[in-house]
Write a protein that binds this ligand. Structure first.
Ligand code: XMP
Length: 547
């Protein structure tokens, strides 16, 4: 299978480059920018992309690629810092701009720009023509060669490296596109992966198909078959224990194991922390049984969690207490299963989990949040022993959803909003009590049920229009009236955000009628709640969860 390797220098949009190319049907892998290109590091690689970076090439700590990329004969595409990197490495010059360039900027492609790569800039050439190799790559083309690109950089090329020629200029007068006269090396000062970049997908396609000669052979069906063969071979007759959270990732991982290995070999463990949503554990059980689970170990930890959280109000402390206890219970219960030394531990870790946690790939990317998935002593020990299986670790979230559908996972699970490991503990501000868990569970269930029942402007349910929605119980009470009696009830806040990946988020523009009706339904049904508010903070500056 053809593969495009992406060297990650810490750019914000590195993930996006990988996604866009996978969308074209070509497999991509992201590795740290300074990865040594030896052994089989380049096996199957048809081309290399050098990503953007927040750094400047002229500072001493800036990351550089293994110089063998300039000798390996493979096509190269430098994006932003990637182009500056190639320029600096190959003898050109990069210097700071007096003012950063940011946002939409027009780029004009020079007339002499010819060949498969530059066909992408011709407005008359379709994406299909580029993909199928039928684009007119030699002629002048019928269309205009001018695009509105998207830029974000504080440095510019002040001298191209020997052998390079400038083929495009930005409206601000700086080099925007360069290519080597002999080698298949290209550089863009802008970001084709960003959706606001005109002809961005065509440009990536031109590199991948026109220059690298890739075929479109990254399909979910093909991928699943190769993963299943690998799983069977690695696990053999040994037991495999999968830690389940009930979310999309672990449920899809469970489905994959159950449909690949003999079900008797597959153990699933789920810990009900007592901080789950209404009816959640029952749903998890039903879903896994429907997928054929035989050894389903459900551990009830409510008493232990509530006792550990008693009197704790500091958000970080609450997270730590809940996280540590989760790991303690997990280790204890796993030991009780007596699976022997040799069993495999499986997790529904995604590609992005590894990147966000700074573990495997993309060590330049900042640590976003800690995942239970990647760092418990049990997991570490199993990893060291070579006994970890993470069958989804090459996939992105929406690819996991596609895989889930292929494996017959319930649509309700596939479309489920994310839910944090510490559960309601981070949605009950201040001290967590059993009574508050009950109140929040009831209110949240009404909120979510209504979102699923009501239709949004797009024709989909409100739930599907929203990326993540939940209710938060505030540690304050306010005065209200119920009949003739003054009432002193808790304040509830509703959260609903739009997002692509949870790293940034916008406020969902909630239809006012629905919001008002849902508020009434909640205060009518949950007598301890006297007032409902709507959270209108985006991320940043706020976070999605409140604690
Ligand atoms: P924040 O609140 O950091 O949340 O903006 C971003 C996304 O991450 C989820 N989240 C977590 N997920 N364990 C998880 O598995 C956690 O401890 C955790 N904390 C936050 C949050 O729900 C949102 O989707």
């Amino acid at each position: 299978m053809d593969k495009i390797l992406i060297l990650d220098f810490g750019g914000q949009t590195t993930q996006l480059i990988a996604r866009r190319i996978r969308d074209l049907g070509v497999y991509t892998e992201i590795v740290p920018g300074d990865t040594a290109l030896e052994g089989d590091a380049l096996s199957g690689v048809a081309g290399i992309i050098l990503s953007g970076s927040p750094e400047s090439v002229y500072t001493s700590e800036s990351a550089a690629p293994d110089r063998r990329i300039y000798r390996c004969g493979l096509p190269l595409l430098g994006i932003c810092y990637g182009l500056q990197r190639m320029t600096a490495d190959l003898g050109g010059q990069v210097e700071p701009l007096s003012e950063r360039e940011y946002g939409a900027i027009e780029v004009v492609i020079h007339n002499e720009a010819r060949g498969a790569f530059f066909a992408a800039f011709d407005s008359a050439v379709t994406l299909e023509a580029i993909i199928s190799g039928k684009a007119d790559v030699c002629g002048n083309g019928a269309g205009e060669k001018k695009i509105t690109a998207w830029m974000s950089h504080g440095d510019t090329l002040t001298r191209l490296a020997p052998g390079f020629r400038q083929y495009g200029t930005s409206a601000t007068g700086y080099p925007a596109v360069a290519a080597h006269e002999e080698n298949p090396w290209f550089g863009l000062q802008f970001h084709p992966e960003v959706t606001h970049c005109e002809r961005g997908q065509e440009i990536l396609a031109a590199f991948v198909f026109g220059v690298c000669g890739c075929s479109r052979n990254w399909t979910m069906e093909g991928y699943v078959e190769s993963v299943r063969a690998l799983l069977r071979e690695r696990v053999g007759g040994k037991p495999a224990l999968l830690l389940i959270s009930g979310g999309v990732d672990s449920t899809v991982a469970a489905a994959l194991l159950l449909k690949t290995l003999p079900v008797g070999q597959v153990h699933l463990m789920y810990i009900d922390t007592g901080l789950m949503r209404k009816g959640e554990t029952g749903e998890v059980r039903r879903n896994l049984e429907r997928l054929g689970a035989e050894h389903l170990h459900i551990i009830y930890g409510e008493e232990e969690f509530l006792a550990a959280l008693e009197g704790k109000t500091d958000p970080e402390l609450k997270r730590k207490v809940a996280g540590d206890l989760f790991i303690t219970i997990q280790e204890r219960e796993v030991a009780r299963l007596n699976l022997g030394e040799d069993y495999f531990l499986a997790q529904g870790t995604l590609y992005t989990d590894l990147i966000e946690s700074g573990k495997g790939v993309g060590k330049k990317a900042h640590l976003i949040k800690s995942h239970h998935n990647v760092g418990s002593p049990l997991v570490d020990a199993k990893r060291k022993a070579g006994r970890i299986i993470e069958p989804l670790d090459k996939l992105y979230k929406d690819e996991v959803r596609r895989l889930g559908r292929l494996l017959g996972v319930d649509e309700d699970v596939i479309r489920r909003h994310p839910f944090p490991g510490p559960g309601l503990a981070v949605r009950i501000l201040g001290e967590v009590t059993r009574e508050k868990c009950e109140i929040l569970r009831e209110a949240d269930a009404i909120y979510i049920e209504e979102l699923k029942r009501r239709q949004g402007a797009s024709g989909r349910s409100l739930y599907d229009e929203i990326w993540q929605a939940f209710a938060v119980l505030l540690p304050i009470r306010s005065v209200g009236v119920a009949g003739d009696v003054r009432k002193y009830g808790w304040v509830l806040s509703l959260r609903a955000v739009t997002s692509a990946d949870g790293m940034t988020a916008g406020v969902y523009p909630f239809p006012p009628k629905d919001l008002i009706e849902i508020s009434t339904l909640i205060t009518n049904a949950v007598k301890d709640i006297g007032r409902v508010t709507y959270d209108i903070s985006s991320k940043p500056p706020a976070t999605i969860e409140w604690e």
